[in-house]
Design a protein around this ligand. Sequence first.
Ligand SMILES: [Zn+2]
Length: 132
Amino acid sequence: MSYHIEHKDYKCPHCSVFLIPYKKDFRCPNCNNKIDEYFDFVGEMIISLKRHKQDYGTYFPAAWGTYCLADHIQFIIFILFDGIAKQGSNELKDYTVDGEAYLQKHIKDIVADVYSAYKDEILKDYGIVNQE
Ligand SMILES: [Zn+2]
């Protein structure tokens, strides 16, 4: 089964934009106020990547529905990381994200953190030997 990260849409208590407080001492990417909540999105994302690869052979699962911001970010990461494996080098190429400016930056920051935590595993997951 596809693994949806359980994170209800969260709004900044100061400016009400949607966000995921994915690290400690996180500041809202829109108003820069400190957010007291914390949710381990990176850890959850790694569980999701591993489970999908095992069950489907790719990070993108057999079916996927996007119902919240966490689903949306998972969707982007599945496509990017499967793409990295297909190109045979664990380099994250430039990509675009839709949405308001704060949200584009927020999503790219999260993707960058997941990528730096997981990039060494991507080619291994795909059984590709990295030729330095
Ligand atoms: Zn805010």
